[in-house]
Design a protein around this ligand. Structure first.
Ligand code: PGA
Length: 257
């Protein structure tokens, strides 16, 4: 049985001090609900502090970076290399978030190069995929999702260390529209079959997270869907006490299935 995940990406929010405070407050939740897996993905400038705070607290919170260059080094001003992240003790690399695709020209092939690099450096790539509203309206969500998965994972031999987050672009952020549970369930089953096509039985082991306006009101119903192995939360998890309530309510729902 897969362990359920709760994670958050801070995006361009929180200083190092605020990140330390978050870890301190959220550690309580992690101890109380130790049967789940947790991760946080702060800004680069907070990663050292986050590493230190997690280690000091001795809590099993996985630490992620919001992006990574695929090359080991080079003349790439403003970029961060795998070795630089390794030195900090990073576990996960979030790749292909829709904001990176939209504002920083991230594409399926560039995500693929980063996925291969992340795996070769021993990181877990957390690959974000999701269709735009126009693609949904044209009825091509499944095609888009399958294409994103197949290109992102091209050349990956074993998906042991891979995580996928389905985040429909139209459901993310302040202006996001909450996705209907049956729709999420359907797309997650499409992702699951694409993984089985690519990797056979090993595809079953890849955690499939859902993200996009997850909040206290919808977390439990999303968590109960089949093929949803975790919740990837933005705004609603940035307050550690609010995040705690989401874990608590999801726990009650998972316990009663
Ligand atoms: P949101 O962000 O929960 O604030 O919609 C989700 C995400 O971008 O991963």
């Amino acid at each position: 049985m897969k362990r359920f995940y709760f994670g958050t990406n801070f995006k361009m929010h929180k200083t190092a001090a605020e990140t330390a405070h978050f870890v301190q407050a959220f550690s309580q939740t992690v101890r109380e609900y130790a049967q789940y897996r947790y991760f946080i993905i702060p800004s680069y400038t907070s990663l050292w502090q986050a590493r230190r705070s997690i280690d000091e607290r001795g809590v099993p919170i996985l630490l992620g970076a919001q992006n990574m260059h695929d090359r080991d080094s080079g003349a790439y001003t403003g970029e961060i290399s795998p070795g630089q992240l390794k030195e900090i003790g990073i576990d996960l690399i979030e790749l292909g978030h829709s904001e990176r695709r939209q504002y920083y020209n991230e594409t399926d092939p560039s995500v693929n190069a980063k996925v291969l690099s992340a795996i070769s450096h021993g990181f877990t790539p957390l690959i974000c995929i999701g269709e735009h509203i126009s693609e949904k309206c044209y009825g091509i969500s499944e095609d888009v999702i399958r294409q994103q998965i197949k290109i992102a994972l091209h050349g990956v031999v074993q998906p042991d260390n891979v995580m996928i987050a389905y985040e429909p672009v139209w459901a993310i952020g302040e202006s996001g529209i909450e996705a209907d549970p049956p729709y999420i369930e359907h797309i997650h089953s499409v992702i699951h079959s694409a993984l089985i096509e690519l990797f056979g039985e090993s595809g079953n082991a890849v955690p499939l997270l859902y993200g996009g306006s997850v909040n206290l009101g919808n977390a439990a119903k999303y968590a109960r869907l089949s093929h949803v192995d975790g919740l990837f939360i933005g705004r609603s998890a940035w307050d550690p006490y609010q995040f705690h309530r989401i874990v608590e309510t999801t726990h009650s729902a998972l316990g009663s299935t």
